[in-house]
Design a protein around this ligand. Structure first.
Ligand SMILES: [Zn+2]
Length: 280
């Protein structure tokens, strides 16, 4: 066998993380031309108003925990939403302030954004976030250095493997919980006329087939399934029904560890599993 097997703790065969990025209006508001586009803004608001509550109901029905990565701006305009997620016991991680692309900002700007977005979440929940997911999954060497400086313990933005690994930050190393465009609802469901985003709105069954196929194959190999979704997209009724089917399908398999990125970090810090290190 050429693919190095991965050893999960306590007899688990594979790990599953169901995660959400609560972008809401944060990414759109960066552009002043969008400020008067109320329909566009309202698509973000939908995620906060209907998407997150539906998702919390689904998670609670299945008795599983998720993790929500929340931009500072989303948290500032809707602190009650963050309180609600926190009260349900789902860990919260940072996701920029205005969903900034890290490859377009300098050291001082990124430094300020990390400090500010962390402080906003801590003010609401009382818990200092230690997990980070880069907006648009854009990570630079500067990002890794600054994550270390701001005390982040894990990142979930790179795509270098389908099990956890570590990345050097310049002064230490960070646990990386990799993602993939294959397991992201944005490519399937995102659509906006102006600004132009996406093309075809895919049917929920297509996403279900793709994601189920990837889970089945990863499970067979004993690896990890990290799904990234957005409440403004997957929070729509038919897609929640699809996610319900996906979770039910996964639950039919033995020894699956439904965990959060935060759970993975804690287990890794306790040396319940070990990881290889790669530059990115
Ligand atoms: Zn995002």
């Amino acid at each position: 066998m050429h693919l190095k097997p991965f050893s999960w703790p306590s007899g688990y065969r594979a790990a599953v993380c169901i995660t959400f990025d609560v972008d809401a209006e944060s990414g759109w508001i960066q552009e002043s031309a969008n400020h008067k586009r109320l329909s566009l803004m309202s698509t973000g608001a939908f995620g906060r108003r209907a998407g997150v509550p539906r998702i919390l109901d689904l998670l609670s029905r299945h008795g599983i925990k998720s993790q929500f990565f929340v931009p500072g701006y989303t948290a500032e305009i809707d602190p009650k939403l963050v309180e609600m997620i926190h009260r349900e016991g789902h860990p919260i991680g940072c996701h920029g302030y205005l969903h900034e692309r890290t490859d377009t900002i300098n050291y001082e700007e990124e430094d300020t954004i990390l400090a500010k977005s962390k402080a906003v979440l801590k003010d609401i929940t009382g818990v200092t976030p230690i997990g980070y997911r880069a907006p648009l999954w854009e990570v630079t060497p500067q990002t890794l250095e600054l994550l270390d400086k701001h005390g982040f313990k894990y990142d979930s933005s790179l795509m270098g493997l389908d099990v956890p690994y570590t990345v050097p930050t310049g002064c230490g190393s960070l646990l990386e919980l990799p993602v993939t465009w294959l397991l992201d609802d944005w490519e399937q469901f995102a659509y906006s006329a102006q600004p132009q985003v996406g093309g075809v709105i895919e049917e929920p069954d297509k996403a279900l087939r793709m994601w189920q196929a990837e889970f089945d194959a990863l499970y067979a190999e004993g690896r990890y399934f990290m799904l990234t979704m957005h409440p403004e997209l997957t929070g729509r009724a038919s897609r929640i029904a699809m996610l319900d089917k996906l979770v039910s399908h996964i639950k039919q398999h033995d020894d699956v560890w439904f965990c959060t990125p935060q759970d993975l970090y804690v287990a890794w810090a306790e040396k319940q599993f070990i990881t290889d290190e790669f530059p990115y």
